[in-house]
Write a protein that binds this ligand. Structure first.
Ligand SMILES: [Zn+2]
Length: 78
């Protein structure tokens, strides 16, 4: 593997800064949304990844809506 260029490193540091504390973005959140909804429905505790989903939902109304819709589907199909 080639070592990173300085530019790549700076980009990496900036993106880490922007996401601080490994906060999820919307795409990541969607990836976990189904598992999150299922666990909530059956009352299982959230694992670390899903705890981050929960954090994201606090700050992101869009994903909150998505999850709500997903839960409705799960509730009616289960
Ligand atoms: Zn989101």
């Amino acid at each position: 593997m080639k070592p990173l260029t300085k530019q790549q490193l700076v980009g990496l540091i900036n993106s880490v800064d922007a996401t601080r504390d490994q906060e999820l973005n919307c795409a990541d959140c969607q990836n976990f949304a189904a598992e999150f909804a299922e666990r909530q429905l059956v009352g299982l505790p959230l694992n670390e990844a899903l705890a981050r989903v929960e954090q994201h939902l606090v700050i992101c109304p869009e994903c909150r809506e998505e999850l709500l819709a997903l839960k409705k589907i799960l509730e009616t199909s289960g």
